[in-house]
Design a protein around this ligand. Structure first.
Ligand code: MTE
Length: 333
């Protein structure tokens, strides 16, 4: 297997780690600091010298980042979709701002501030090709995705292997519905997913040759047909913003977040287990199944507890992220 020498963001030198307590208070301290400096500077007529000191970004800046360079996503009239009452968080909902501010999208950056790097990304027009071992391969454009599937809203918990978690309402349809349209052949065992691959629109994709681009993921056909497996086209009652994986991404609430591939362009039915991005990059740390399992630590993070974006509230991690009643039968002990 090829070896990748990736300098991962969590491999910072000790001296560059931010202790959690410092991070917790960062926004508050920064605001107070800027306010106090702002008052003295204004008094001294030195406001111009503050260039480089940025206020924390506003919700508007984070959510509209990159929109000035992009055609608006079509389909706004399909939102909000009817809420499916079967799915509830059992926790407080994460704010739209907190969810959009802190994310992972390696094609753009290895930092969490993806929204700062998405200006060149063009999610319109878009098409998703579904092919491989099926009787009726098809390509769906955005209009097809919004119009020809049963859009609904589901509140899901979401858990990243880095131990952050959130609760957000996704809009989408089941992958099962899409698979019915293409009609898998009997020898299809797996479903492979692939992200867009346009280096000119994505800075890390362009510069970092050590990653096994494009980002790819995979599921067994049984997992793909599970009731929980959602192809999301929206979040918080609106089309997906770029940082959340516009215009269409996978959401798998019982698996670690890296399985929920964003900005999908191809879905292929295969006989053999497909290669996946993180498993290729670091096989010892990232498995193919990657279910949320509190008793199986990742080399960089114990998995026994998690913290919520925004509030930083800690919770004990629950097996399958609490979705055992839907998926437990897929993984007999
Ligand atoms: N999809 C692509 N194409 N590229 C990525 O880097 N990161 C994954 C997943 N999907 C990623 C991706 C990881 S590690 C996580 S935790 C989730 O996206 C984050 O989803 P969110 O930003 O909507 O919270």
């Amino acid at each position: 297997m090829m070896q990748y020498h990736i300098r991962r963001p969590w491999q910072l030198h000790e001296s560059r780690h931010t202790p959690e307590s410092v991070w917790n208070n960062r926004r508050q301290h920064r605001r107070e600091f800027l306010q106090s400096v702002g008052r003295s500077a204004a008094a001294a007529g030195l406001a111009g010298s503050l260039i480089g000191c940025r206020e924390p970004a506003t919700e508007e800046e984070i959510l509209s980042a990159g929109s000035e360079t992009t055609a608006p996503l079509p389909g706004a009239e399909h939102f909000p979709a009817p809420r499916n009452p079967m799915f509830e968080y059992g926790r407080e909902e994460t704010s739209r701002r907190d969810a959009a501010e802190y994310s992972n999208f390696y094609e753009f950056t290895t930092s969490k501030e993806v929204w700062r790097y998405i200006g060149d990304f063009q999610p319109v027009p878009w098409a998703v090709t579904v092919d491989g071992l099926c009787r009726n391969p098809q390509t769906f454009d955005l209009d097809d995705l919004y119009r020809n599937f049963t859009l609904e809203e589901r509140d899901y918990r979401f858990r990243c292997v880095e131990t952050w978690a959130m609760c957000v309402p996704w809009t989408g349809f089941t992958l099962r519905e899409l698979l019915q349209k293409v009609d898998p052949l009997p020898d299809a065992n797996y479903v492979a997913f692939e992200t867009f691959d346009r280096p000119e629109e994505a800075p890390t994709r362009r510069k970092s040759t050590e990653f096994p681009w494009p980002y790819r993921e995979g599921l067994s056909l049984e997992e793909a047909r599970n009731e929980l497996t959602l192809l999301a086209t929206g979040v918080f009652g609106q089309p997906l913003p770029k940082q959340h994986g516009a215009p269409v991404r996978l959401v798998l609430p019982w698996k670690y977040g890296f399985k929920s591939i964003k900005s999908i362009v191809r879905i292929t039915l295969t006989k053999e287990r497909p290669p996946t991005f993180w498993n290729e990059a670091w096989p010892d740390a990232y498995g193919f199944i990657a279910n949320v399992e509190p008793d199986i630590p990742h080399p960089s993070w114990p998995q026994t507890s998690e913290w919520m974006l925004g509030t930083r509230e800690r919770h004990e991690t629950v097996r399958f992220n609490g979705y055992g009643e839907f998926v437990g039968h897929l993984y007999p002990a």
